[in-house]
Write a protein that binds this ligand. Structure first.
Ligand code: FAD
Length: 425
């Protein structure tokens, strides 16, 4: 074990991302590049987009497109991540979304949604789809519907009400004699829905006996197929840099090569994307929490009351401590979950663990941004300062990718072991 130097006075300083043990040089450099990108590109563009109307935010001259191009210029590609050694890939994935979340969580989620068609296709071994839809093709994930939110993320009914009747799906793919026809619509919440070039769609499948909620299908297809149209971009409270909107399907003929998972694989496919997406949320919102903690750290050193910087107050020091403590906790948990879920010696990735990461990081981001805002006093409420936006962004995350309370019920159901009750009788 290396001997540490205890002769100089400890400064208590932390690294770029907090209590981070030494990283391999290339990963440390990657982290520093991303931090620079987060601060110089994402933060200002995210703030601009936040103040625009949803239509302006996706217009041709919107700064969103500058962000998109500069993100692509960083050269991070799904294929590269897939080819890496699993432990390293997990660490890089986590650092990528932590840093994007540090810059702007709405834009980070836009990147996450953009790669989901490619990411899940690769997880299912469909490298041909990755070739047809490289990372430059902006993606979206359409699963929720106007009448089906929480239940679409729960096709095996782990949280459904015993007396509930979940009714007809709003979107159905008819699979018949080797042809696929898509009809209906997805909800106004599809991230990137109004600008995406490729979509990974999860919907009910009708193979002849009517749609069955447990037997859906997954399609990956270009959004310029005849019969696909889009709704208006959604106006909302937080993550306004992330555009959202409906997709409509009118007798869309989907070539069979775009079928990623059929009815027999549907539950596995929902489990897979939900596990990936919840872990991605965990990393992104750990990053947002850290950004708010850092802004609060700067502010309490600058702001004076009675000629004294407010950091001199014990209560302020203690509140600052808890912002950093919670941020470290969210990041550490997410890294651990990603490492576990990427470990090839595991029988399967754990959705329950990904839900630990998602619910912890988003709850943490909400608490940290709210407590950071309190440290800013009245200035925290002003749109001249970045904290109120971060609080709004964090608030949205507690609903996104599954409401936290629903995720904890569903996660808890994976912990339920009937064998432990009266010996399984
Ligand atoms: C920022 C953001 C991004 C999103 N991105 C996408 C996307 O890319 N693609 C996509 O398809 N969708 C997306 N969504 C939709 C998101 O997945 C849904 O909003 C979420 O799953 C909840 O569904 P809902 O809004 O219909 O709420 P509902 O399901 O109607 O829930 C309303 C309330 O009822 C409670 N509730 C519902 N069912 C239960 C239950 N069984 N047990 C206990 N309580 C329950 C919930 O906790 C909640 O408080 C996004 C949402 C947001 C906010």
């Amino acid at each position: 074990m290396a001997v540490q130097d205890w002769n100089s006075v400890p400064t208590g300083s932390l690294t770029l991302s907090g209590a981070e043990a030494a990283l391999p040089d290339h990963i440390r450099d990657f982290q520093a590049t991303l931090r620079d990108f987060a601060l110089k590109v994402m933060r200002p563009i995210g703030q601009q987009l936040d103040k625009m109307s949803p239509e302006e935010a996706i217009a041709e001259d919107s700064p969103y497109w500058e962000f998109r191009q500069r993100y692509l210029d960083l050269g991070v590609r799904v294929e590269t991540l897939m080819e890496m050694e699993p432990n390293e890939a997990a660490l890089l994935f986590s650092i990528l979304f932590e840093e994007l979340g540090y810059g702007d969580s709405g834009l980070a989620i836009s990147v996450g949604a953009a790669i989901l068609p490619q990411w899940i296709s690769a997880k299912f071994g469909r490298m041909d789809l990755l070739e047809e839809f490289p990372d430059e093709k902006l993606g979206c994930w359409a699963i929720t519907e106007p009448d089906h939110g929480s239940d679409m993320l729960d096709p095996n009914g782990k949280v459904s009400h015993p007396t509930g009747n979940y009714g007809r799906p709003n979107c159905v793919a008819t699979l018949k004699d080797g042809s696929i026809t898509l009809n209906g619509q997805k909800s106004a919440w599809v991230s990137n829905g109004v600008i995406a070039e490729v979509c990974i769609l999860y919907c009910a499948a009708d193979t002849g006996d009517g749609p069955d909620p447990e037997k859906g299908c997954v399609l990956v297809f270009p959004t310029d197929l005849p019969g696909v149209s889009r709704g208006k971009p959604l106006d909302k409270l937080g993550q306004r840099a992330l555009c959202q909107g409906e997709l409509f399907f009118d007798n869309v003929n989907i070539p069979e090569k775009y079928l990623l998972a059929g009815p027999e694989d549907y539950l596995r496919a929902v489990y897979c994307i939900h596990t990936e997406a919840n872990a991605l949320m965990g990393a992104t919102f750990a990053g947002l929490a850290q950004a708010a903690a850092h802004l609060a750290h700067d502010y309490v050193h600058e702001r004076k009351q009675g000629g004294v910087p407010i950091i001199q107050h014990q209560s302020v020091k203690s509140r600052l401590f808890h912002l950093f403590r919670k941020t470290e906790m969210a990041r550490a948990l997410t890294r651990r979950v990603l490492a576990f879920n990427n470990d090839p010696t595991n029988l399967e990735p754990s959705l329950c663990s990904a839900m630990f990461a998602k619910t912890t990081s988003t709850q943490t981001a909400f608490e940290v941004t709210s407590d950071a805002l309190q440290l800013f006093g009245g200035n925290g409420l002003s749109r001249e300062y970045p904290i109120e936006k971060m609080l709004r962004d964090a608030r949205a995350s507690m609903i996104e990718d599954g409401c936290n309370e629903v995720l904890s019920i569903k996660g808890g159901s994976y912990l339920y072991d009937p064998e432990k009750i009266d010996g399984g009788r």
